[in-house]
Each structure stands twice: as C-alpha cells, then as structure tokens.
Ligand binder design. Structure first.
Ligand code: PLP
Ligand code: COI
Length: 365
C-alpha cells in the first residue's frame, strides 16, 4: 500500500511496446481476444506471506514448473469485464465490484485463496490506466479485461494449493461473433451437460469451459453457432449457453430467464438487464423454462424473442434452435425489438451516452 492507502504497483515498462501507428492499425479491427496490450498485472499469494509482489510488467509468458498444480488439476478461475471509452475521451469500468465478488466466490468454490475485492478492482483499474491508449474509440469496441488466478504450487498430490498467481491481461475487442449482429442458431445439447447440482456451474472456472467444448464442437458440426445446455438431472430445463446467459421474451411483453440455482453462472449482464427491463416497466421472471415448452411457445407465437447475454457477447439475438429432438425458429428468425431496446439501454450507460442511474460506472480518468 502507498502512504495514501492506495495500492502501489512496481512498474516495469515494456521496452518493446507496440509503436503508436501499429497500435492504431490493430485497434481498427481487433476481432475478439486476438490482440493484446503491452502490459499485465501480476500478484502472488503464498500461505506464509499473503498477497504480495503486485506488479505492472511487460505482457510475457509465465514460466511455470511442469508439476505446477494448475496443469494437473485445473486449478484456475477467471473473470471477464470491459473498459469503455467515454464521449469526453475518459474511460470507465462497468460494475467491477460485481466481478470482484464473483471472483471471490469462484475462489471459495475451488478452495483457492480469496483475493480482497479492493485489490482485484485496483489491479484492473491500474492495468487500464497504464495501457489506456489501447482502449478503442470505434463504435461498439472496448478493452476486454481478463483477470485470472492459478494454483501455482509445485506438487502432484491432490491438495489445495498453498500458492497462487493472479494475473490480469487486456485485449481490445469488437464483436464477439464473426459477422457481427445476425441472430444465433443454437444447438440444444442432449448428450452433454455443463454443470450438475453441487458442482461448479456457478463458479467461473476454466474447467467448466473445458467441459463444454465437446458439446460446442458437436454444435459447430451441426452448423450451429453456440450450444444451449439443459439441466443435468431431468435434461429438461434450459440453463445457459457455454459463455452466456439466456432470456425469453413473450407476447405479453414479459421477460423470463432461468433462476440462479447454483448450476448457472450469475451473469452481471443478466443482472443488469433484469434491472433495466424492470426500469422499462417490463415484468421480468426468474423461473425455469422447459425445452419442450420453448419449442411449443416458439411455434404458437407466444414466444416472440430469445437472446443470449454476457460481457463478451453483450446482447445476442437467437433466431433458431436445433437438436436431435428439436428444431424451431423464434419469431421471424431475426433480431427482436426488446433485445434491441435492452442492448441499447445497457450500452448507452456503458459508453456514457445515458445517465448512470444505478451507479454502475467506475470512472478511471
Ligand atoms: N454464463 C457463462 C457460462 C459465462 O461464461 C458468462 C460470461 O462471463 C456469462 C454467463 C455471462 O456473465 P457476465 O454477464 O457476467 O459476463
Ligand atoms: C465473458 O463474457 O466475459 C466470458 O467470459 C465468456 C467467454 C466465453 C468469452
């Protein structure tokens, strides 16, 4: 800590930082998660010393012993959050306190050290301020932050780690989906589930994503964009996508999203859209929705829209659903009106175009 109580990071500037002209060219068309800024934050934890050694350093490979716990027992958690460029040239994070809380919860579920929330948020702020020239200014683009933590003790015994490395990297991003805004086709996974009661579904740990990739590969083979997972017990209730929550919009204007029963990631976008939907006067239910009912409602026209949401994906309309036992189109198969209104309400706040009525922004400069 510095004398004013603020965290002070040891700073090592990247001697090979990307030159400004090259950076500007990269920011024109960054895609998702392929371009990275010049620096990263690292912080260490050990049972004896606690959290220590906070650094801003050049983005570079982490050198780890091959017997490090993370390689063997997938001891890893992560977060996803974005920094947005504001109309006056400043920048803001969106609800970083919520990411910090979820990071702690994920750590608790995996038996990892729980990083204090202010340390987590300060690390993200410090990285964005240091690499501020990497925040894109183009429409809809932002700087995606990926804080993560690994069990770094060198041991093959199956045990909780006594050492951890926290690292935060940053990546300028545009749309998560190639081709931008067209409606998604989902593959309803009947062979594979993502999370079971008592498991790690509500934690943001790498293992959940690894476990969903065979289903994603199956979905891609079937010509779909993303997988929608059903509950592991009855194989009936719609849960979420591999990296997004899901909402349904009905003909009476109401919204519904699956409840947080422990097998679904508690999305910060989900939570924000519930609030914004209610602000618009819409009824929003957190209730289970069955796969068969989904098809019936889509066919009868009772269901008007469905959309996925998350930090990376923002709001992504769903046009079609396919599976071994299901095949249906939602509405006319294109982006719906309510999804568009909610996306605009959310992104107008994030990019500083609308008042921040819920104090969600964390202004950086
Ligand atoms: N569900 C899963 C499995 C995710 O990976 C994500 C992305 O972070 C979400 C939902 C959406 O969460 P958030 O809105 O906090 O990004
Ligand atoms: C995010 O939206 O931040 C995620 O972590 C989802 C991931 C699939 C990119």
């Amino acid at each position: 800590m510095g004398s004013n109580g603020a965290l002070t990071f040891d700073v090592e500037k990247n001697p090979n930082a990307v030159p400004a002209t090259e950076r500007e060219a990269l920011l024109q068309n960054p895609g998702f998660g392929k371009v990275f800024t010049d620096h990263m934050v690292t912080i260490r934890y050990s049972e004896n010393t606690g959290w220590h050694g906070w650094k801003i350093e050049p983005r570079r490979p982490l050198a780890l012993d091959p017997a490090t716990l993370v390689f063997h027992y997938a001891l890893e958690i992560f977060e996803g959050m974005k920094a947005y460029r504001l109309p006056d040239g400043g920048a803001t994070l969106f609800r970083p306190d919520a990411n910090a809380r979820r990071f702690r919860n994920s750590a608790e579920r995996l038996g990892m050290a729980q990083m204090p929330e202010d340390l987590f948020v300060e690390s993200c702020r410090a990285l964005v301020r240091f690499d501020r020239d990497w925040i894109p200014s183009s429409e809809g683009a932002s700087l995606y932050l990926r804080p993560f933590m690994i069990g770094s003790e060198v041991a093959l015994g199956m045990k909780p780690s006594s050492e951890f490395i926290f690292c935060a990297i940053a990546s300028p991003v545009a749309s998560y989906f190639k081709g931008g805004a067209s409606a998604l086709t989902l593959w309803a996974s009947e062979n594979f589930t993502r999370a079971a009661p008592g498991g790690t579904g509500a934690a943001k740990c790498g293992g959940n994503y690894a476990a969903s990739l065979a289903a994603q590969a199956e979905g891609l083979r079937e010509g779909c964009d993303q997988v929608v997972f059903l509950d592991a017990v009855e194989r009936r209730w719609v849960e979420e996508l591999g990296g997004m929550n899901i909402f349904f919009v009905f003909d009476d204007g109401s919204l519904q999203t699956p409840p947080l029963t422990g097998t679904i990631l508690p999305g910060i976008t989900r939570d924000s859209l519930i609030t914004l939907g209610r602000d618009m006067g819409l009824t929003v239910r957190e209730e289970p929705y069955g796969m068969d009912q989904w098809q019936k409602d889509a066919e009868s026209g009772r269901l008007r829209e469905a959309f996925a949401c998350g930090t990376a994906a923002v709001v992504a309309p769903i046009g079609k659903v396919k599976g071994r036992q299901h095949s249906f189109t939602i509405g006319d198969g294109n982006a719906g009106l309510i999804a568009g209104r909610l996306k605009a309400a959310l992104t107008d706040i994030q990019f500083g175009r609308a008042p921040d009525q819920h104090s969600w922004l964390d202004r950086l400069f």
